[in-house]
Design a protein around this ligand. Structure first.
Ligand code: AP5
Ligand code: MG
Length: 206
């Protein structure tokens, strides 16, 4: 049993939550972090959109919520995440983008990781003023094809964020894991700030 534990890669993982409102740059910065630190990217938004595109039962259920700018029920999202982590046992660590988004999701993630012998090490919260979020998402909507990038749905997504997701920041702050980062500088400048935090835990891969 001891030998198994020593060889369990989950023990050595670095796991990061990239937190922030819609349009704060979670997806953009995740790409940069993945390239620099070779972490595995888990974006619940991307996973759900993939289910929608493939017309799976999960996707059909999720679409009802996503098109209205509402959060998909916790049990649907939590079930989806567990399998993804199991699929990548050799990962250097994970970057969670857009998850957890409610306190029950955060508690479920902690339990799931604890069961695997690992944990969340750091939560980086991107802070961007609301008018800038709306401007970015409307701009992205012109080319993204995302059905939720309309002004009406963007407003609902931001409201949902304030009501249900913001409390997750306090959850991690109480654990001493939360770092707030100004997210309305340029993309490279914001990445530089994020990197300073990550590098305290994990060296970049050349
Ligand atoms: P999801 O896909 O997670 O969307 P979101 O959180 O609303 O955030 P976005 O992806 O729109 O923004 P982002 O922060 O990734 O910003 P990005 O880098 O793209 O969720 C979609 C839906 O799925 C939810 O509404 C919900 O229904 C469901 N869902 C997903 N996860 C769920 C969960 N855990 N529980 C329940 N439901 C869930 O940047 C935005 C734009 O800004 C881009 O055009 C980018 O180029 C630009 N930009 C980025 N950084 C900068 C910068 N520094 N300066 C200028 N422009 C910038
Ligand atoms: Mg995103």
């Amino acid at each position: 049993m001891v030998i198994f534990a020593l060889h369990n890669n989950f023990l050595y993982m670095f796991n990061l939550v990239l937190f922030g409102p819609p349009g704060s740059g979670k997806g953009t910065q995740s790409e940069n972090i993945v390239k620099t630190y070779k972490l595995q990217h888990i974006s619940t938004g991307d996973l759900l959109r993939d289910e929608v595109t493939r017309h799976t039962p999960l996707g059909t259920e999720a679409k009802k919520y996503m098109d209205q700018g509402l959060l998909v029920p916790d049990e649907v999202v939590i079930g989806m995440i567990s399998g993804k982590i199991d699929d990548m046992p050799d990962a250097r660590g994970f970057i969670f983008d857009g998850f957890p988004r409610t306190r029950p999701q955060a508690e479920a993630l902690d339990k799931l990781l604890e069961f695997k012998g690992t944990k969340i090490n750091l939560v980086l919260a991107l802070e961007v003023p609301e008018p800038e979020l709306i401007k970015r998402l409307i701009g992205r909507g012109e080319t993204s094809g995302r059905s939720d990038d309309t002004e009406e749905v963007i407003t609902k997504r931001i409201k949902e964020y304030h009501q249900k997701t913001q409390p997750v920041a306090s959850y991690y702050d109480e654990q001493g894991k939360l770092e707030r980062v100004v997210g309305n500088h340029t993309i490279p400048e914001t990445f530089k700030t994020l990197s300073k935090h990550v590098t305290k835990y994990l060296l970049p891969v050349a």
